[in-house]
Design a protein around this ligand. Structure first.
Ligand SMILES: Cc1cc2nc3c(=O)[nH]c(=O)nc-3n(C[C@H](O)[C@H](O)[C@H](O)COP(=O)(O)OP(=O)(O)OC[C@H]3O[C@@H](n4cnc5c(N)ncnc54)[C@H](O)[C@@H]3O)c2cc1C
Ligand SMILES: NC(=O)c1ccc[n+]([C@@H]2O[C@H](COP(=O)([O-])OP(=O)(O)OC[C@H]3O[C@@H](n4cnc5c(N)ncnc54)[C@H](OP(=O)(O)O)[C@@H]3O)[C@@H](O)[C@H]2O)c1
Length: 283
């Protein structure tokens, strides 16, 4: 049985202190000229096409930038589509972004992996996007003209690589470094600053101070498989899995399969599996 239900929006960070901060929280920064406001924007729910409208940080009165504005350091968590465009927006606003990416590369869920990785979103081998290239591209960076209207996942990754190259974003990213916690500093009321603890691939922890945080750590990262809601499932001899685990139809060849849920995952997977599944009538 394939379970294609909602994937719970969650990630490793949610179990840490940063839960205490609310989505789209307005943080006030004291400056030498007046109070400048800055949005800490949680990009976790945004698809790239929507990022165009909400790119990164909104800094009130940015046309009157002061030296203090220019020295503001912003932590961007994650180098998927949301993180990349956030780095770019920081640079455009004269802020200094540092992006921490826990994996070794950019692209987030668009970098296909043969097996799902705990805490990360997952896509299947045949995934074709469901938003057109005009809708999905960043507003100032069209997709290559030779792309089809609806692209393979690998083309989105390539597009993100072109984007990072065009705007020289890679030099702001520290790879293989995971953000462990984000806390307000004790003097936050006056400084508006955050304390960020990171851990690299060697297990080394480091504490950093930032003036702003952009959480771009992704969503659809934790599968929700409520088997308890299906009384009797214990007696079912076959396999029950979530679409998060699904990579291709091979394991379902000649099998009778039930797909629960008809969202995008459910529809795609049902079509793909149906090609080789057992189609004999139920006895
Ligand atoms: C199956 C599937 C299909 C989709 N299809 C489409 C589509 O066709 N069109 C569309 O517009 N949207 C689609 N989406 C939505 C998709 O989630 C968004 O388009 C977008 O790619 C999400 O980007 P993101 O940067 O927010 O997250 P992600 O791409 O998940 O990137 C998050 C990054 O943050 C890193 N990270 C996480 N936690 C930490 C940490 N603590 N420290 C450091 N780094 C961290 C991860 O390693 C990752 O690189 C789809 C989603 C799924 C699951
Ligand atoms: N090709 C693509 O680009 C592609 C492919 C896959 C996913 N995605 C994206 O990924 C995100 C998640 O999509 P998704 O399809 O995985 O999840 P989803 O959109 O949340 O769809 C889950 C479906 O399962 C149904 N459902 C849940 N529990 C059920 C139950 N017990 N019995 C019967 N039905 C049940 C839900 O119905 P209710 O809503 O009524 O609860 C819903 O229709 C979306 O943004 C989607 O666009 C894109």
């Amino acid at each position: 049985m394939l379970k294609s239900s909602r994937t719970r929006t969650n990630d490793s960070l949610q179990s840490t202190e940063y839960q205490k901060t609310k989505s789209s929280q307005l943080v006030t920064f004291p400056t030498d000229r007046s109070y400048t406001t800055i949005w800490v924007i949680f990009c976790r729910q945004l698809a790239p096409n929507r990022l165009c409208a909400t790119q990164g940080i909104c800094c009130a009165g940015s046309h009157l930038r002061t030296e203090r504005d220019m020295s503001r350091h912003v932590c961007v968590i994650g180098a998927g589509a949301a993180g990349l465009t956030s780095i770019k927006s920081c640079l455009e606003e004269g802020l200094q972004p540092t992006c921490f990416e826990r994996s070794e590369d950019i692209g987030g869920l668009w970098r296909f992996k043969d097996a799902p990785e705990p805490g990360s979103a997952s896509i299947y081998r045949s995934l074709v996007v469901n938003t057109s290239k005009e809708m999905m591209c960043f507003s100032d960076f069209p997709m290559p003209a030779d792309y089809p209207n609806y692209m393979m996942h690998s083309q989105i990754l390539q597009y993100l690589r072109l984007y990072a190259q065009q705007f020289d974003l890679l030099r702001h990213i520290t790879f293989q470094t995971s953000v462990q916690s984000v806390r307000q500093r004790p003097d936050f009321r006056y400084s508006g600053q955050w304390e960020v603890v990171t851990e690299n691939s060697k297990g080394e922890k480091e504490t950093h101070i930032f003036d702003g945080i952009l959480v771009c750590s992704g969503h659809f990262t934790v599968p929700f498989l409520p088997l308890a809601q299906f009384p009797g499932h214990e007696a079912f001899p076959g396999r029950c899995l979530h679409s998060w685990e699904y990579k291709d139809a091979e394991a379902f060849r000649g099998k009778r399969v039930m797909v629960v849920g008809i969202g995008n995952s459910g529809a795609d997977i049902a079509v793909e599996i149906s090609r080789n599944a057992d189609k004999s009538p139920e006895s």
